[in-house]
Every structure is written in C-alpha cells, then in structure tokens.
Design a protein around this ligand. Structure first.
Ligand SMILES: NC(=O)c1ccc[n+]([C@@H]2O[C@H](COP(=O)([O-])OP(=O)(O)OC[C@H]3O[C@@H](n4cnc5c(N)ncnc54)[C@H](O)[C@@H]3O)[C@@H](O)[C@H]2O)c1
Length: 484
C-alpha cells in the first residue's frame, strides 16, 4: 500500500485520525521488517542524508525562522542548524562504540554463564516539538532516534508554521515515509498521535503538556523522555565578575527574545553589587541591541515574540508587576504590530507579582536583591526543580555551597546556556523540568532498550532447582551465607 506522505498532502489540512493511523501502521510494519538491517552503515548513511538535506535547505530554514518570529540568520545558524549538525557529526563518530554490546562479567552465583547488554531500537517513536527552537528540537532528537535504529513520526509545533513546513519538506525529501514521517498540526493532532501505541515518546514543551503526554503514554505503557521548562534562576554572588556576568546573562536571556527553556528566568543579585550589576546589564543591552528604542526595533539581531497570544501574556506580566510596585529599570516599551517587547530589566520585585510565579519565556528579566544566600537557596528549593541554575562568582566555594544545597537539570558556573552545545553532557531536567535526557550518547540511550543476553555455558545453577532435598537446602543455605 502506498502511504500518504503528509508533507506532500499539505501542511495546513489537519490530518484525520485514519491518515495518522495508516502512517503509524506503515512505520510499525516497516520497522519489524527492517529490524535486523539497521546496521551501523545503514544508520550512518541515514545521518549523512539528513546532514546533506539540512545543508541544502539552509536558506529555506533561515527564511522560515525569519518568517515565523524574525529570528536573526546568525542565530538560526548557531542555535538551530549547528546543534543538529553537531549532533550528527558526534553520533557518526561514536555510534560504533554506542552500538557495541557491553559484556557483563559473571558474579560467583552465576559462574559458568556469559552475558551481554545490547542496545536495541525501541521501535516506532514519536517526537513532539515546541516552537521556540523549532528545527533544532524536532531534528536533534531525530538524530538520536535514527542513530539508535528507530523509525519516527515528528509532530512539529503549529506555532511556527513556516519552519514546520520546511521540516516536513526536508524529511519527505530525505527519508521514505515508512521510516520517518512528519505530521503537522496542533494540540488536537498531537492528541490523536498520543493515543497510538508508540514504543517511545520524546516530548519537548511545557510541564503542563508534559503531564498530558505522560498520562497518554501510561495508557500504552510507553516510555517517555520529557524535556520540559520552568523558571531557571541565576544567582550573582558578591564576588562576581560583573562585566562577565552581564555579558553572559544578556546573551542567555535576550537571544531568541528570551524564548529559551534554559534562559536565565530571573536574577538574584547580592545587594553589595546590585547597583553596579544593573548598570552593567543596561550597558550591555545598549551595546548588543542598541541604546534607543528605534535602534532596538531596527536591529536585525533582535528577534520577536512568536505570536500575539504570547506577546499579550508577557505585556500583562509587565503591567501586573508595575501595578504592584515594580520599577522598569530598562526597556518596557512594546509595539503590538510587531510583537515587539524591548529588552526589559525589572527591579523592586515582590512575591505577589505574576513574574515570580510563571515561566517568563520572553525578554523580561526580574532582578531581586539579596543579602543572605541561604534565603535564596530556600526560595529555589521552594519551587519545582529548575532545568538550569546559573551562578556567577569568582569564589568557587560560593558556587559549591549552592550546588550542594539545590537540585536542577544542570548548573552553569560563570556562563549561561552553553551546556546545551556540549555533546558529551546529558541535556534534561528533573521532575517538573523533565524526565530523561537528550544529546549524544544520552540521546541514543533514550531511544534504545538495554536488552540482556545471557547464555548458559557450564553453570551449576541447576543444583539449586527443586525438589528441595536436604542436600539442595544445604546448598541454598550456603549460597545465602556466602553470597548474601
Ligand atoms: N527542556 C527543553 O529542552 C525545552 C526546550 C524548549 C522548550 N521547552 C519548554 O517548552 C515550552 C514552550 O514551548 P511550547 O509553547 O511549544 O510548549 P507546549 O507544551 O505548549 O507545546 C509543545 C508541543 O505540544 C503540542 N501540544 C500543545 N498542547 C497539547 C496538548 N494539550 N496535548 C497534546 N499536545 C499538545 C504542541 O502542538 C507542540 O507541538 C516552555 O515551557 C519551555 O521551557 C523545553
């Protein structure tokens, strides 16, 4: 049966449940038929094809991201293309080692047996992607899934429709539809997909939808990787290199217009250096994005809020903070026609403001002064475990103290966001900020099942089988004594 390739059918017509079912069944059948043929060479050839397609489509990707949220071309290259290309390069280099069965030495109790752990493909996997890094977070996990020998359905975000279309075109051009298919659409399409018995679901998005995904996966007892979000705090200590802190925080916060899961959400700054630090941030914003509103609106380096709904949400956060006594130290200007919000620094923050509760996911940075680091640690621990925690201080013991007292997906010391680009680190959160990990070998393992192969050579384990005669009982008692 010829399978409808949804990329050809057209992005905007939401696929029916029947179409989705038929795509899924085709992937299932093909996965079973191809199972033994996903050799190292085949997987590497798939990755090469994806790399070549990405390179061919570079200008389309840049144009699509610009159309979706005016994302600057250098930022598209750095944060959409490069991470996926790097993921491919890294997987190709290490795949032979990752795929190798791992010998498990026998303990005394199982002497005479031979055992291995072999990573096997999970099977047919679903990747659901968000809009904020629309290409990177759809195709990065695809690299891990293909490296691990799976077939995949990708559901890109409907909020970045141009990039979604480019992803569909790239996939349709690169892979047979029963190996990788793209199904475009919104939450309703996503839920139709979630009802199917996938072998693994890799979801990137909000904690609220993460719960929907996990609940749906439970119905099929399907494993999940959840890459979620939340508020990632930043702590600037009394001995911070202020200029370095400002440079890194401005980049981490305002790149992609603050729409980054690991962006510094808010900053705690020691009161001794707060005035200097605020000025350094202001100066850095001026240096990077322009000192005047006109400059900030016209620079090609500043992207936009993805849509009117999010623009309104963030504007409301600013209004709510102002009405409760916050001071706009820098920025605060908005332009509704462009979904533009200037890089904004907010001081005089209090706990009754909405900015202290929700993930901000926009270009607004609340700055909270502190005197006692333990009260900051208490506040961090009163909230869900963050995806990232950033610490700026030249005194190593300052960071050590915070690291030991808190839990988070990652800790960045004197940097922000860069850990995403490290191919040998697991990328993921804890509890509310995520379950499981992406990137490199960790991504490969997320899409693999550790299958055990144990073979009897000349073990004596049968001596312990029933009937439990006196002699067998003595042997079991001895085993418990010696091995227990
Ligand atoms: N940990 C990470 O790697 C990472 C990366 C990027 C974004 N995020 C998080 O993602 C969020 C922003 O992205 P978003 O707004 O696209 O997230 P989202 O959860 O609203 O949507 C993500 C995906 O889920 C689908 N979806 C939405 N509602 C659904 C529902 N009710 N049922 C089933 N599917 C549904 C969407 O169509 C989209 O494809 C932020 O919380 C951010 O921190 C996390």
């Amino acid at each position: 049966m010829k399978i409808a390739n949804l990329a050809e059918v057209g992005a905007t017509n939401a696929p029916t449940a029947d179409t989705i079912d038929s795509v899924f069944s085709a992937l299932q059948r093909a996965q079973l038929a191809r199972r033994a043929s996903f050799t190292l060479d085949v997987r590497i050839a798939q990755l090469n094809k994806l790399r070549d397609s990405l390179k061919r489509h570079e200008s389309n990707i840049i144009a699509a991201c610009a159309a979706d949220f005016k994302k600057p071309a250098p930022e598209v290259k750095l944060t959409e293309l490069l991470p996926v290309l790097q993921e491919i390069r890294h997987a190709k280099k290490h795949l032979r080692k990752w795929m190798r069965p791992k010998w498990a030495p026998a303990s005394i109790g199982v002497l005479g047996t031979k055992s291995h752990v072999r990573p096997e493909p999970k099977g047919v996997c679903l990747i659901i992607a968000p809009w904020n890094y629309p290409l990177n977070l759809a195709l990065g996990p695809l690299v891990s899934a293909l490296a691990a020998g799976n077939s995949v359905i990708i559901k890109p975000s409907e909020m970045t429709p141009h990039t979604s279309k480019v992803i569909a075109n790239i996939v349709a051009e690169t892979f047979p539809p029963d190996l990788v298919s793209v199904i475009e659409g919104d939450a309703a399409v996503s839920q139709k997909l979630l009802a199917l018995p996938f072998d693994h679901i890799f979801f990137t998005g909000s904690p609220a939808v993460g719960k929907v995904v996990m609940e749906a996966a439970a119905k099929n007892l399907c494993s999940v990787t959840l890459e979620l979000g939340g508020k990632s705090p930043t702590v600037v200590g009394p001995n911070a290199n202020i200029k370095k802190a400002a440079r890194n925080i401005v980049w981490g916060k305002f790149a992609n217009n603050g729409q980054t899961c690991i962006a510094p959400d808010h900053v705690f700054v020691h009161s001794n250096i707060a005035a200097q630090f605020n000025q350094a941030l202001q100066k850095e914003i001026g240096r990077v994005y322009g000192k005047t509103l006109e400059a900030q609106k016209s620079t090609a380096d500043y992207c936009r809020i993805v849509n009117r709904r999010h623009f309104q949400r963030i504007s409301n956060l600013i209004d709510d903070a102002k009405s409760k006594g916050a001071k706009i130290f820098e920025g605060g200007a908005i332009d509704t026609d462009q979904n533009f919000i200037a890089p904004t620094l907010i001081t005089n923050v209090s706990n009754d403001m909405d900015i202290t509760r929700e993930e901000l996911f926009g270009p607004i940075l609340p700055i909270i002064e502190y005197d006692d680091i333990d009260s900051v640690i208490e506040q961090i621990n009163d909230n869900p475990k963050p995806l990232a925690l950033y610490i700026f201080d030249e005194d190593k013991s300052f960071a050590k103290h915070i690291v030991e007292q808190t839990s988070s997906g990652a800790v960045g010391i004197n940097l922000t966001v860069v850990h995403f680009l490290h191919p040998n680190l697991p990328f993921g959160g804890v509890n509310h900020s995520g379950i499981g990990a992406a990137h490199g070998e960790y991504g490969f393992r997320s899409f693999s099942h550790d299958k055990v192969l144990m073979e009897d050579r000349h073990s004596l384990i049968h001596l312990l089988f029933p009937p439990y005669t006196g002699w067998v009982r003595q042997l079991i008692n001895a085993a418990v004594r010696i091995l227990g």
